[in-house]
Design a protein around this ligand. Structure first.
Ligand code: EPZ
Length: 440
């Protein structure tokens, strides 16, 4: 397995192009199952999870072509992917594919909507929590699906098609909202989804579905109203920027006292995070293609945060902001309200000298002037990048192992950081230990 070696102490200075959002790309790719016509996505990121989804979709019979989109206006060249589900050869998503990435559950909704049936392996839990999908299934039953669980597989049937209905999610679920959006597009009649997720990735999926002929109103709110249609057609869609990658590199600038121009993104994707980073000392200036972060003040003082569904503070930036807090002046408090086990980066940060105390769902962080480099181990996607950030600010050498977690959600991370002055390199591993699967 590969490792990443960082020698800390250099400021993050330069330009970083932010890729398309992993958590938008995954549902968008699944949405191709809703039509027999080609769907082309621009700005698809080059990530392990995207490859996993492509493998699963090809297993189902989707034809996939990749390319580079060279816009006439001489703009940024964007990686593109065209998916065509003209012939779905199976409606079974097997365990050995689903276990690699739990977001594979996103094929359940479109398969059920288009084919009237689906057999999808239960994704299983993962490092950050049990990650059930009961809310997805209950909502599908509200639209008339017959759901049974047999030998670790979800068997979903709607032999006479799905029927529009009104459904309120008991709690906000991002992929649950996305699965049901895709179901409702082809259901007979009107569906109302209340307490729906409002994440930018959900908005991006809804906008793409509309471009495919779906009739959706309330996009961006917690109440989505979908008028079912008989079929959807092909479309071309540009994937929204990855707000978590954006926030991660913005934190890197403040942690190391540097300045970065983040391009291909938008501060409005992080309505709670950006003001909080400014409160900690960053100077944020919107630009034509994203925003500039001046982190030369370094983090002035701690802050208290609670992770919440959008537009609240994103749980996917919790590990990263904790790392920043560990070198801020003063104390901070984090309360993780989304997942039950998302503090696994804490013992690794403590190995680097961070002062953190966890009490149930809350962590108290007492900032220290300096972290000290050490060997650490990544445990999940967002924890892994928080260790890289810590290594950038630490004194001396930090070696991060199990970086396959990192490759799931951060495109060419060492290249982007090295190009901005960070002393970082990937050490290629010889063996391929059994990788534990989760993320997404
Ligand atoms: C999505 O996961 C993201 N993944 C996660 O990103 C993100 O952390 C999460 O939303 C929260 O924002 C993708 O979009 C592919 P949820 P998802 O359903 O949809 C409980 C990353 O690092 N719940 O919104 O699986 C659940 O246990 C990943 O990129 C149920 O109880 O999250 C959690 O406590 C990690 N039953 C809460 O709801 C259900 O049926 C929110 O989960 C569904 C969810």
């Amino acid at each position: 397995m590969d490792k990443i070696r960082i020698i800390g102490g250099s400021p993050l200075n330069g330009i970083i192009r932010i890729g398309g959002a992993k958590n938008a790309s995954l549902p968008l790719m699944a949405a191709c199952l809703l039509t027999d016509e080609p769907v082309t996505f621009k700005n698809i990121p080059d990530l392990a999870d995207i490859t996993s989804m492509a493998i699963l979709l090809e297993h189902l019979g989707v034809q996939i072509g990749q390319g580079i989109d060279s816009p006439e206006n001489g703009g940024l060249q964007l990686p593109s992917m065209t998916l065509t589900a003209s012939h779905v050869k199976t409606t079974i998503a097997p365990y050995d594919l689903v276990r690699r990435m739990r977001a594979s559950v996103l094929v359940l909704g479109p398969l059920l909507a288009r084919m009237g049936q689906a057999v999808v392996s239960m994704p299983g839990g993962c490092a950050i929590g049990t990650r059930p999908i009961d809310l997805h299934l209950k909502a599908m039953e509200a639209l008339g699906a017959e759901i049974t669980l047999e030998e670790g597989y979800v068997h979903a049937r709607a032999p006479h098609g799905l029927k529009g209905a009104s459904h309120t999610f008991p709690l906000v679920t991002v992929t649950g909202t996305e699965n049901l959006l895709m179901c409702a597009c082809l259901a007979d009649g009107e569906t109302t989804l209340r307490n729906a997720a409002r994440e930018p990735e959900v908005i991006d999926l809804a906008n793409c579905l509309v471009s495919m002929g779906a009739q959706i109103s309330g996009i961006g709110t917690d109440t989505l109203v979908i008028q079912g249609v008989s079929r959807l057609h092909g479309a071309t869609h540009t994937v929204v920027a990855d707000r978590i990658e954006t926030g991660t590199y913005a934190i890197g600038a403040l942690m190391t006292g540097g300045q970065v121009d983040l391009i291909g993104t938008d501060p409005s994707l992080l309505p709670t995070f950006v003001p909080l980073l400014e409160e900690m000392g960053a100077i944020i200036t919107p630009t034509a293609h994203g925003f500039h972060v001046d982190g030369r003040n370094k983090p002035q003082h701690g802050v208290d945060i609670m992770t919440e569904p959008f537009p609240g503070f994103p749980t996917d930036l919790q590990a990263q902001i904790m790392t920043l807090m560990s070198v801020a002046q003063g104390a901070s408090m984090i309360t993780e309200t989304i997942f039950e086990n998302r503090f696994m980066h804490v013992p690794e940060l403590q190995r680097l000298g961070a002062s953190i105390n966890v009490h149930g769902a809350s962590a108290m962080i007492r900032g220290k002037p300096q972290l000290i480099g050490a060997p650490v181990m990544a445990t999940d996607l967002r924890a892994s990048v928080s260790l890289v950030l810590a290594g950038m600010a630490a004194q001396g050498e930090t070696i991060v192992s199990r970086v396959y977690h990192l490759d799931r959600g951060y495109e060419h991370v060492e290249d982007k950081l090295a190009a901005c002055g960070i002393n970082i390199e990937r050490i290629r591993g010889r063996d391929h230990d059994t990788e534990d699967h989760c993320a997404a």
